[in-house]
Design a protein around this ligand. Structure first.
Ligand code: NDP
Length: 325
């Protein structure tokens, strides 16, 4: 039978991990014919809890789950990894400002970037979910000089899925009637869902709704969805974040016929400055993605996209100052 694909997951004992691992093991990431070996990284105090999660994975008797390894040593858990899902990150605590958060996470992602550089498989693909995801991905990339830059992505697929679902609801159509929607920019409240290039059953989405709705309701609602879920559920979104993480990595590894949102290293496309990891509409084929070229952006879109990129440039400057890249 086929060799198992090695999937490393960090923060595996956390909330997102608890939803993510079971779906990977059931075949949602690699399809129904590919066995998977899970390599789960956690900080030492969380390893006991992770053992409990592994007991539950065992108890599911997943036919595709070849084996599970756990540990707190990144060089061991990333060894030979074909895919790395970097979910674990330091949550923002009371009284922490942005630079404290960048600094705490910087230490995690410099080490993980270096470890991936040393031991991951030649074909490794790395997706950062842990926040601030785009800048954490940048830090890991900068600390992994031997891994091609384009293998470092950050997650904006949850924003993409939220934007799609919310538009489908507004227009009372099925989600799969919505095509070519994409999130641009940073995974924070400045992210920009472009409805001017989105199609709904062949029509331009922006023509089907009021401009005021887009600006005053739609964009802010998509951007603050995480907070709304915390308020309703009493805990942050975890299952949907896990699902989006799988969507992104599955599409990257297996391809898709849709345009999808991926935060990728910038190459000057659409005047977004180089040197950051920002979200774009992408197409994926044969394990490689490309930023969709030639889209027309109106002034409003351009302004929003560059404003979000500015946040990423500021974060880059902050982590440079901290000596993390
Ligand atoms: P979660 O599993 O809920 O979240 C993990 C990370 O994903 C956070 O940074 C969180 O950001 C981010 N995230 C991205 N998108 C979303 C979203 N839509 N909703 C919620 N979170 C999102 O956190 P837990 O605290 O439950 O678990 C984190 C685990 O990571 C812990 O077990 C911890 O021990 C571990 N960890 C492991 C490390 C390692 O392996 N070396 C290093 C650091 C932590 P945000 O904070 O903004 O919500």
């Amino acid at each position: 039978s086929t060799q198992p694909v090695k999937v490393a997951v960090t923060g595996a004992a956390g909330q997102i991990g608890y939803s993510l691992l079971f779906r990977i093991a059931s075949g949602a990431l690699l399809g129904p014919d590919t066995p998977v070996q899970l390599q789960l990284l956690e900080v030492a105090p969380a390893l006991k809890a992770l053992e409990g999660v592994v007991m539950e994975l065992d108890d599911c008797a997943f036919p595709l789950l070849h084996s599970v390894e756990i540990g707190d040593d990144a060089e061991k858990m990333f060894d030979g990894a074909n895919a790395a899902l970097l979910v674990g990150a330091m949550p923002r605590k009371e009284g922490m400002d942005r630079s404290d958060l960048l600094s705490a996470n910087g230490k995690i992602f410099t080490g993980q970037g270096a470890a991936l550089n040393k031991v991951a498989a030649d074909d490794v693909k790395i997706l950062v979910t842990g926040n601030p995801a785009n800048t954490n991905a940048l830090i890991a990339k900068e600390n992994a000089p031997d891994i091609p830059a384009e293998r470092f992505n950050a997650l904006t697929r949850l924003d993409h899925n939220r934007a799609k679902a919310m538009l489908a609801k507004k227009l009372e159509v099925a989600v799969d009637e919505i095509k070519d929607l994409a999130i641009w920019g940073n995974h924070d409240d400045s992210m920009y869902p472009d409805l001017y290039n989105t199609k709904v059953s062949g029509k331009v989405a922006a023509d089907l709704v009021d401009e005021a709705w887009i600006k005053d309701e739609y964009i802010p609602t998509v951007a603050t969805r995480g907070g709304a879920i915390i308020k309703a559920r009493g805990a942050s979104s975890a299952a949907s974040a896990a699902s989006a993480t799988i969507d992104h990595m599955r599409d990257w590894m297996l391809g898709t016929d849709q345009i999808v949102s991926m935060s990728v290293p910038t190459d000057g496309s659409y005047d977004v400055p180089e040197g950051i990891i920002s979200s774009f509409p992408c197409r994926v084929k044969n394990g490689k993605y490309e930023i969709v070229q030639g889209l027309e952006l109106n002034d409003f879109s351009k302004e929003r996209i560059l404003a979000s990129a500015k946040r990423l440039q500021d974060e880059r400057a902050a982590v440079e100052k901290l000596g993390l890249i």
